[in-house]
Design a protein around this ligand. Structure first.
Ligand code: HEC
Ligand code: HEC
Length: 350
């Protein structure tokens, strides 16, 4: 319940502005709200599960293999790592600030962190472990039953495992970037270049139309025209993984990422993806749902061209005609969105 209240306050905050801090035409969001911290013993238990490779079929994979704390909880690859003998077909998302999201994954097919947590564990190309077998394995691992009793006052269940993983991820918050300090009232927190870049982000470059609110994401779905990559078309294992996904979602096999269409089956959602939040974005290259854009400079060039080639792309994207200096300023602003990542190491496991 407390979570819902915090979230509601946050959403109200989304509409607020901070006129005193910026040029009159720039409407800035409210600072990111401070959320209620989850109970410490659940976060700690979740941290163990996050690093525990026994949560995978062959004991080689854990959440942390793909969501590496040293890489802002992403994996730094264009297309995600995968369960041995398989290959993945999407880019790993960073877990920074997932506590603020209410729709998860590139296509928003999951609606809570608890619901999402089971997905990778039983996925054939992520951790490949039967969820009921996972429960039995942990129940027979000396140490875990006691830790679950302390944190949940109950036996180990699928629900308590998902809850602990969710609460650990809720502790991965960044809200001390120069941009955050600026929003909280420190005008010197941003360099001149970053301030000019911010004015572009909220003005001429139109980024805030989708990267809106305190999180810099509207949590909605847009087609920006990011194209398919040769590797996804040609790699037979990646093709197999994507076709398997499409069939599971009740779709025809195709060599195109369906995006949000997989969830809604509405043709208007073909190729639409959830707007990513942008905290720590300088540390999470490469970019986009398929990792096809290597650097932030190239992302800026992409938007400067008016996005990709897709005829169905959002009308909010138009060529921007930015000067070299404006591109550099926008880059300085994107870089100012990085703060202190809560890096945790592997705990001692039961
Ligand atoms: C094999 C690599 C891999 C492993 C292992 C893995 N993930 Fe992921 N994770 C991904 C990829 C790829 C995506 C994006 C998938 C998509 O959108 O279809 C993702 C997305 C997510 C998201 C959504 C973030 C957002 O912004 O919406 C969460 C939350 C998440 N993973 C948590 C976990 C947890 C918890 C575990 C362990 C139980 C885990 N992941 C294990 C690769 C992995
Ligand atoms: C029409 C809505 C929209 C507008 C306008 C927009 N974006 Fe995006 N942005 C998105 C979506 C959706 C994605 C993910 C697309 C994908 O993965 O295919 C994205 C991805 C990104 C990424 C990559 C993040 C990551 O983690 O991979 C960056 C950086 C970015 N946008 C910055 C900007 C900047 C800077 C501007 C202004 C020049 C801008 N965006 C304008 C919707 C938008």
């Amino acid at each position: 319940m407390r979570w819902f209240i915090s979230l509601a306050l946050l959403l109200i905050g989304f509409g607020a502005t901070c006129p005193a801090l910026a040029a009159p035409e720039v409407k800035l969001p409210a600072p990111l709200a401070q959320l209620q911290a989850p109970p410490a013993e659940r976060v700690e238990l979740g941290r163990m599960l996050f690093f525990d490779r026994r949560l995978s079929g062959d004991g080689t994979m854990s959440c942390a293999v793909c969501h590496d704390p040293q890489r802002a909880y992403g994996d730094g690859r264009a297309l995600s790592g995968a369960y041995p003998t398989t290959r993945h077909w999407r880019h790993t998302q960073s877990l920074i600030n997932v506590a603020y999201l209410h729709t998860f994954l590139w296509d928003g097919r999951s609606e809570s962190l608890e619901q999402q947590a089971e997905g990778p564990i039983h996925s054939s190309f992520e951790m490949n472990l039967h969820l009921d077998f996972m429960v039995e394995k942990l129940r027979e691992t000396p140490g875990y039953p006691e830790l679950f009793r302390q944190a949940y006052d109950s036996e180990i269940t699928r629900a308590s495992i998902a809850s602990a993983l969710a609460d650990f991820q809720r502790s991965l918050i960044v809200r001390d970037s120069p941009f955050d300090l600026y929003l909280k009232g420190n005008p010197d927190a941003l360099s001149n270049a970053a301030r000019s870049g911010m004015a572009l982000f909220y003005g001429k470059a139109n980024c805030h139309r989708c990267h809106s609110g305190s999180l810099l994401s509207d949590q909605k779905f847009h087609n920006t025209g990011v194209g398919e990559t040769e590797e996804l078309r040609k790699d037979t294992q990646r093709r197999a993984a994507r076709h398997f996904f499409q069939v599971q979602m009740g779709l025809e096999r195709s060599d195109r990422d369906p995006g949000r269409y997989a969830v809604t089956h509405n043709p208007e959602d073909l190729g639409a993806f959830r707007t990513p939040p942008l905290r720590q974005v300088a540390d999470t290259a490469p970019y986009m749902h398929n990792g096809s854009i290597a650097t932030l400079e190239a992302v800026i060039a992409f938007y400067n061209r008016g996005g990709g080639e897709d005829p169905d792309k959002s009308r909010l994207l138009q060529p921007l005609e930015l000067t070299a200096e404006e591109k550099a300023d926008l880059l300085a602003f994107l870089t100012s969105l990085s703060g202190t990542v809560p890096v945790v190491g592997p705990p001692v496991l039961p």
